[in-house]
Design a protein around this ligand. Sequence first.
Ligand code: MSP
Length: 510
Amino acid sequence: MDKKFYITTPIYYPSANFHIGHCYTTIICDAIARFKRLEGYDTFYLTGTDEHGQKIQKKAEEAGVTPKEYVDKIVDDAKDLWKSLGITYDKFIRTTDEEHVECVQKIFKQLYDQGDIYKGEYKGLYCTPCESFWTESQLVEGKCPDCGRDVYEVTEEAYFLKLSKYQDKLVKYYEEHPDFIEPLSRKNEMINNFIKPGLDDLCVSRTSFDWGIPVTFDDKHVVYVWLDALSNYISALGYKSNDETLFNKYWPADVHVVGKEIVRFHVIIWPIMLMALGLELPKKVFGHGWLVIDGGKISKSFGNGKDPREFIKAYGVDAVRYFVLREVPFGSDGNFSEEALINRTNADLVNVLGNLVNRTISMNHKYFDGVVLNADVSEQLDKDLIESTTKLHELVIKNVEDLKVGDALQEIFEVLRKANKYIDDTTPWILAKDETKQDRLKTVLYNLLETIRICAVYLQAFIPETAEKIFNQLNTKQTSFESAKEFGLLEQNIKLNEPIHLFDRIEVKE
Ligand code: MSP
């Protein structure tokens, strides 16, 4: 079995502080990366920032600082946010990193030398005050969509990447690799909307601003931001540096997880760049939907992009992680609101998980002084619970493999719900009153503790802080992925720690 796993988020524009929509991909990739590590994969999880381009340059000018000073501040803040969300990236790449800059320059030069990049003329509609190029379709009533002023046709010398040359090869690749683009609907969209009409060669340099990576052999040009940005997935591994160990180990990526609006860059430009470089293509590009508020994408400029740290402070990091992972079927859009976050937390984390762990640990303390005992007095009810718990292994692995993290969580919580029902059905408080039922009581509590332990093994990937708290209460050493395969490994005669509340019910304020 191939035991390496390379997963990436897009690299984010540090043009404003991040909102919960940005956390979406990062949390999902983190859960997948953590899960793969648990499973024993040698995992590399990459995220970072996409720092060049005219937009950033303008923002920095408005703020009266250099572009680098401007992005440094946002990058520090982003790293702080990822830390507060428990994101376990293996590398945070910045497109201003020297190694990345050199890599992009070498890529550009190679593609130019081999004839895949050529010099030509770029014709566009230019708005002088905004210093922006627009296409006909972007104009609003024939004027600049940003400031509403007139635009002029301008011709600029520029470099182009020969997308057209690779069009047939790309379509063939899609056909031969049916899993390359997921979900399937995105693949059809790409073929019908972008590829079938024919691929035009892509303008890959700019001369109208200078906050970018200079073309080494023609330095009035800077490299187009998408060519620069996409290269991060290999520059981060040291491609074309003097140490390509990571590149040789992890490339091709197992999956690039990206938002639906940027799928086309990842399944058209990026594969063509890689084909031209003679490199393997990523195994999969997964295009997810957005977290939306009232049907609209979350954004700072609409004022609905509250700092996610406020939610973490109010409800805890795992409530935020759980919501993002569980609420939205991966691939579709999903609604975000503070109310939905509260409802989800109360319904699952408080009522199901918190309640089960608290009741079980408390009963064990009350009836057996916190000592874990098992007496093997089984009934049919037990078999059902044990079977469901044991089956989780296969189900969770499969769902994560298909990137359906929400479904994986749903399976785990289904078992936790069953365990709550098992308490109601076995009524330990009645068994406790009967001298002759003490062995049965031991078995019932053991089954509950063991179900909790096994679920917590998987939960480590999704809500790690909570899983850790559960293991602490259980006082167990059986926390490995392998140990979740078999029911009955929870050590007997160990003493549980005191029960603690995992989640407090959140009261909704009017
Ligand atoms: N810099 C480019 C990516 C280059 S990758 C080689 C970019 N940056 S971005 O900051 O605008 O967006 C980064 C990611 O955040 C995108 O995948 C985008 O879909 C995602 N999201 C931004 N807002 C979002 C939501 N409201 N919901 C879910 N994802 C969202 O594009």
